[in-house]
Design a protein around this ligand. Structure first.
Ligand SMILES: Cc1cc2nc3c(=O)[nH]c(=O)nc-3n(C[C@H](O)[C@H](O)[C@H](O)COP(=O)(O)OP(=O)(O)OC[C@H]3O[C@@H](n4cnc5c(N)ncnc54)[C@H](O)[C@@H]3O)c2cc1C
Ligand SMILES: NC(=O)c1ccc[n+]([C@@H]2O[C@H](COP(=O)([O-])OP(=O)(O)OC[C@H]3O[C@@H](n4cnc5c(N)ncnc54)[C@H](O)[C@@H]3O)[C@@H](O)[C@H]2O)c1
Length: 470
């Protein structure tokens, strides 16, 4: 640690991803002086290597598919170079100056470098030590997990970083994993012209989604030409020549050859070299920082250390991380202004209800709340209603032969919806209404009076309630 300590700031946020930026903004609202530390790009994974580029590339795929499903339209097709150009526009060619300007406009100082906790309220960045007058917020996110499988690391696998920035389309792409990253990436590269093989060790894709959603996505990927291998693991990877052909050996003895192999096998929290042990901050068995609903790191005495976003492992989604950031930021700002820190927006309790999420494959998997299995695990008296999306004429008008299903999970003891999943084209925007029903615990009898417009896809709510028996 250097001798001089910079004491200019009240709040230090480590990591300027979408979540860290949000925490910094909220914490600074009552006049506290805030600095953020970022070792890579301001905007983090989501803006440059995750949400934004994948959605920028998936949208043309969806648009082309949607056009092909409407009688009266002909000739929609993808232009791969233009799809990549669209993505590059959305990731600003990996230039974060727009985000830096936003920080400046919000009065937040930026220090570039790698931060470490070196004591209570003390953060060291490449040799300079800063003392936070009020609080430190850890928002360091996650990195792609590349497990220690024989030959995998030596084969220099793609992760989401390469998959979202490559300017070329590999002829053959082998994707290891069958979660959200794998499914979205498989659909993108298949549509761009790669021959994609996807290897998932579990019995289905999207293991945390409703099983019917997994089946519909697997069927769609297979129809488009993705070779989906379920229930097999990778035993070895070999790439004898750098940049040459990759061979992936699977547990069933088969091999798959590719021009690139991608690790899409989950995430690892960026906590290893953060100095959490120096201040006594507890991490769980996977390395995620343990916090309470105020986002405070409870194992550390005093009210100075908070963690938000992916690094907490609560819900690895941008919008949920930003929700947590608003909670932590508001508490820090309130404490700075001498106000109460237990206001209604100051606990992230919605984290425990089942986060809203859209898997942006075609079909989209749009869900909120608990799956049937999760509700049963919590001991609820569960009733499930599942209908074809086509039961709403709005769906058929949206796409000829619309394929998809909607499902609600009802807690019978309270007669409220605790989970909802919509699978099909253009269901993403339906998830927020479902979220209001779930988080608001709207009784079914009241929901009956929320009359959906005709002919929209939301009319599926009426069909679901009718099937329930209302
Ligand atoms: C391919 C892909 C697609 C995704 N799509 C979606 C989606 O559509 N919707 C959605 O909600 N979520 C999506 N996610 C998840 C989403 O990207 C994350 O939930 C989100 O990025 C978490 O934000 P964060 O700020 O917590 O972490 P990050 O975005 O990881 O930001 C953390 C920042 O901290 C910096 N940092 C780390 N350690 C240090 C240190 N010691 N010192 C200084 N800086 C440090 C890092 O450089 C990074 O910029 C996707 C993820 C992937 C991989
Ligand atoms: N649209 C979105 O909201 C979106 C998009 C992408 C990512 N994300 C978030 O990012 C996080 C990370 O996504 P992810 O897909 O990397 O992780 P994940 O945990 O969702 O999926 C990883 C998958 O890899 C499989 N796997 C692990 N090791 C394997 C092996 N050796 N062989 C074969 N399969 C193996 C697992 O069984 C699992 O199905 C998720 O929590 C997700 O919610 C969200």
């Amino acid at each position: 640690m250097s001798e001089a300590v910079d004491e200019s700031f009240d709040v230090i946020v480590v990591g300027a991803g979408a979540v860290g930026e949000n925490a910094a903004d909220r914490a600074g609202r009552s006049g506290l002086k805030v600095m953020v530390v970022e070792r890579r790009l301001v905007g983090g994974e989501c803006s440059f290597y995750a949400c934004t580029p994948t959605k920028a590339m998936l949208r043309p795929v969806h648009a082309a598919h949607a056009a092909q499903r409407v009688r009266g339209v002909a000739g929609a097709h993808l232009v791969p170079a233009e799809v990549m150009a669209r993505r590059d526009y959305w990731i600003s060619d990996l230039d974060d100056s727009g985000a830096v300007r936003w920080l400046e406009s919000a009065g937040i100082a930026l220090v570039r470098g790698t931060a470490r906790l070196v004591g209570e309220r003390l953060v060291e960045v490449d040799g300079t030590t800063y003392r936070a007058g009020a609080a430190v917020v850890v928002a360091t996110g996650t990195s792609p997990a590349v497990p220690d499988l024989p030959g995998l690391r030596d084969a220099k696998p793609w992760t989401n970083i390469e998959a979202t920035t490559s300017s070329t389309v590999p002829e053959r792409l082998v994707i290891l994993g069958g979660g959200v990253v794998a499914c979205e990436t498989a659909q993108i590269y298949c549509a761009l012209g790669s021959r994609v093989t996807l290897v998932e060790r579990g019995p289905r894709l999207l293991g945390r989604a409703e099983p019917f959603a997994s089946s519909l996505v697997a069927a769609a990927l297979a129809r488009e030409g993705v070779d989906v291998r379920l229930g097999v693991t990778v035993t070895a990877v070999s790439r004898p020549e750098p940049g040459g052909e990759v061979t992936v050996t699977l547990s069933d003895g088969s091999t798959v050859a590719g021009d690139e192999v991608m690790a899409a096998m989950g995430r690892t929290p960026n906590t290893g070299d953060l100095g959490l042990d120096v201040v006594g901050a507890e991490v769980d068995e996977s390395g995620y920082v343990v916090v309470d609903d105020s986002m405070r790191v409870t194992s550390v005495p005093g009210d100075w250390l908070y963690a938000v976003g992916d690094v907490t492992g609560r819900n690895l989604l941008t919008h949920m991380g930003k929700y947590q950031a608003r909670v932590a930021g508001d508490i820090i700002a309130a404490r700075g202004a001498g106000r109460a820190t237990d206001g209604p927006g100051m606990r992230a309790w919605a984290d425990h209800l089942g986060a809203p999420q859209v898997v942006f494959t075609d079909p989209e998997v749009s869900s909120v709340g608990l799956t049937e299995a999760a509700a049963r695990e919590r001991g609820m008296d569960v009733r499930v209603v599942n209908v074809k999306m086509r039961a709403a004429s709005g769906a058929g008008l949206q796409a000829d032969e619309y394929e998809g299903y909607a499902q609600i999970v009802v807690d019978e003891s309270r007669r409220v919806v605790v989970g909802a999943t919509f699978v099909g084209q253009d269901t993403a925007e339906m998830v927020h209404a479902a979220g209001i029903a779930v988080v608001g615990e709207v009784p079914l009898e009241r929901l009956w009076h929320v009359v959906p417009s005709f002919p929209t896809m939301s009319e599926i709510w009426l069909r679901l309630l009718e099937h329930y028996g209302l």
